[in-house]
Design a protein around this ligand. Sequence first.
Ligand code: ZN
Length: 236
Amino acid sequence: MMKTYISLVVIFMMMIHSEHAVYAKTEPYENKQSIYLTFDDGPNQYTNTILDLLKKEKVKATFFVLGPNAASHKTVLNRIVKEGHTIGLHGMSHKPKEFYKKPQTAVKEMKDAQKIVQDITGITTAIVRTPYGSKPYMTSPYRKAMKKAGFQMWDWNVDSEDWKKPQNKKKLRKIIEQHIQYNDRRNRASIILMHDQAINPKSLSITIENLKKQKKIFRTAADATNPFNYYNSWGN
Ligand SMILES: [Zn+2]
């Protein structure tokens, strides 16, 4: 009887231990085990398909949304929030000449998009990605203005090239995987740039499966305390 009790205690302790071990294995957000799936330019008529896929795969992502698209796709925007993904802002115009006209125009576009998202979802997000990325446009006065307004700027280090035409699914997967391997060798996380309307969901599903086999941890921009951008690139 005593023996059974002891072995039960041992088994129980092992269970607790193994549960802790899972947490202990969690890598820092900037470490190579972390993968950040990011989708720009939505929400639009393609976003639901992406959300279905992410739900099936049980992974979370970050959506950098455009204010006008958020306003015209309220249901999808709310679904993004409801399903535990992170919303970031991508401005209003998506036109470099308008967005980057002055530091204040860049800030204003983000504030306007922020307000739209807030009114629809009740969530205030300070996570942003500027159109076409922060280089070369976001010079020091722009970065200072953005920071002063409380925004956290994100870029990427894996360009999926899903915007290029014509698309070759196999080639796109290879591009993503090669970039991730490159980051792995430098022990850094991969932040993957994709677009709601361009990425092929089937192909993305295969990529996610492959990454799961490599024990990657899928994170969103909300998990990191320090944003990844070209001026803060999380190591070499
Ligand atoms: Zn964009």
